[in-house]
Design a protein around this ligand. Structure first.
Ligand SMILES: Cc1cc2nc3c(=O)[nH]c(=O)nc-3n(C[C@H](O)[C@H](O)[C@H](O)COP(=O)(O)OP(=O)(O)OC[C@H]3O[C@@H](n4cnc5c(N)ncnc54)[C@H](O)[C@@H]3O)c2cc1C
Length: 407
């Protein structure tokens, strides 16, 4: 039997997990990524669960101690920086760039095609064909849509499904250890530190160092702030030339006055331990927050993985782990069905649909109190915030039990 072939659309984390894992089960895989450049500069810190690193190990990546950091408690500070609630946890974080670089290095350059934008796919009972913006075509047994929240693949099969903006954004930024006053470092690098303001929530987490050769520690802040789609969000996404980039904007193009305003607001609203991170972060990232959930994950010889199918609000801290689990489930289903792609994709959809829906629901629950009041719908009005200890307990990727990678 000839080697089965897969086309993976999207070369970010979901795409790379899928491509690498399909390769380990004997598939020939080609990855097509719209961006021409290396994506490593894009990410910040990540909540993680063991499955993320288990999938990396399965690919052949060595998990050394520097790729994860441990969080020992969730602490909430008041606006003066005084602790008002503390909940012990045992949680793990990592960093987007560490995971991305390891996955990218594990996959051969020869089969990774940057600057290739999928426009549509065509299929019959025997083959699937990807058609690109430059008129190139590629053919295979299976096509995997790992092309993110605005997935072209999903849109072709379910044009009626679109991400729903939830009324708030996340500002994020990475800060090096040396920028943080000595008196706050221990807490910043061992705990997840929260501060709440009406309708807003900010936190910091430690993140894995840039590499394993002794670079300084890093941490990141995340700050959820309300923003009306048509006004504040569009203004923040408008660059210095007056061009509005839609509902996102490359970090270097965010206007200086928007950042000055953000730092000023941080000084007024947040505990000083968090305000200092907002003040020091180089090129903060602005992300509008969306919910997305699909009723189906597969269409003939086509499957969706990662954010192309489900986008959970970042409060859950496990979307990348979910991407790894999707890829792992797809590979397992293909092995189990012994070449019967239809049966494999049915089994994949069966195993991952509920997990995706549950994660989206959990993110919605954790973020409901941040949604702005809807004047035309009382039932969707500003939700009461759960008691702080409950919020702290439920927030993030969850406690690790039986951690398989040592201390
Ligand atoms: C504010 C924020 C905080 C987050 N925090 C966490 C966290 O703490 N923990 C966690 O686990 N997750 C977190 N996430 C989520 C996480 O970043 C994603 O879930 C994860 O990266 C999986 O993404 P993906 O690979 O499916 O999609 P993406 O990363 O969006 O990648 C899709 C890729 O497809 C490419 N592409 C798109 N269209 C095409 C096309 N037509 N042709 C070819 N290529 C195309 C894009 O260029 C892109 O590289 C956070 C997300 C946000 C917004």
């Amino acid at each position: 039997m000839s080697q089965p072939r897969a086309l993976v659309i999207g070369g970010s984390l979901s795409g790379l997990f899928t491509a690498n894992l399909l390769r380990t089960i004997g598939w020939h895989v080609e990855v097509f990524e719209r961006a021409n450049n290396d994506l490593a500069g894009r990410g910040a810190g990540l909540g993680a669960q063991a499955d993320l690193f288990v999938a990396m190990q399965r690919i052949g990546i060595q998990i050394d101690r520097s790729i994860w950091t441990e969080v020992r408690s969730h602490i909430c500070l008041d606006q003066n920086g005084k602790s008002i609630c503390e909940v012990p946890v045992r949680e793990v974080t990592t960093a987007w760039d560490r995971v991305y670089r390891a996955l990218r290095q594990a996959f051969s350059d020869e089969h990774y095609h940057g600057g290739m934008t999928l426009t549509r796919c065509e299929q019959n009972e025997r083959r699937v064909v990807a058609v690109f913006a430059n008129d190139a075509r590629a053919e295979a047994d299976l096509l995997v849509g790992a092309d993110g929240m605005r997935s072209t693949v999903r849109r072709q099969f379910m044009p009626e499904i679109a991400p729903r903006y939830v009324g708030y954004v996340a500002w994020r930024g990475v800060v090096e250890e040396g920028q943080i006053p000595l008196r706050w470092r221990s807490q910043t690098f061992h705990d997840m530190v929260f501060c709440l303001a009406p309708g807003e929530l900010a936190f910091s987490i430690p993140m894995a160092a840039y590499d394993n050769v002794g670079r300084a520690r890093r941490c990141m802040f995340v700050w959820f702030r309300p923003a009306e789609y048509a006004s504040s969000l569009r203004q923040w996404c408008t660059d210095a030339t007056g061009h509005c980039h839609g509902d996102s904007i490359p970090p270097p193009l965010i206007r200086e006055e928007v950042l000055t305003e953000l730092k000023l607001a941080a000084r007024t609203l947040l505990a000083p331990q968090l305000a200092v991170l907002v003040a020091c972060a180089r090129e903060p990232i602005l992300s509008a927050i969306f919910d997305l959930e699909v009723p189906r994950l597969t269409f003939g010889r086509v499957a969706l993985v990662g954010d192309a199918a489900f986008v959970a609000r970042p409060h859950v801290g496990t979307a990348v782990t979910k991407a790894a689990q999707d890829a792992q489930a797809l590979a397992a289903a293909l092995v189990g069905a012994e070449g019967n792609i239809e049966a494999a994709l049915a089994s994949y959809e069966n195993s991952r649909k509920q997990a995706g829906s549950e994660l989206v629901a959990r993110g919605r629950r954790l973020g409901a109190h941040l949604e702005p009041k809807q004047p035309d719908n009382d039932t969707l009005g500003e939700r009461a915030r759960p008691p702080i200890d409950i919020l702290l307990r439920e927030y993030g990727p969850g406690n690790i039990a039986n951690w398989p990678f040592g201390d």
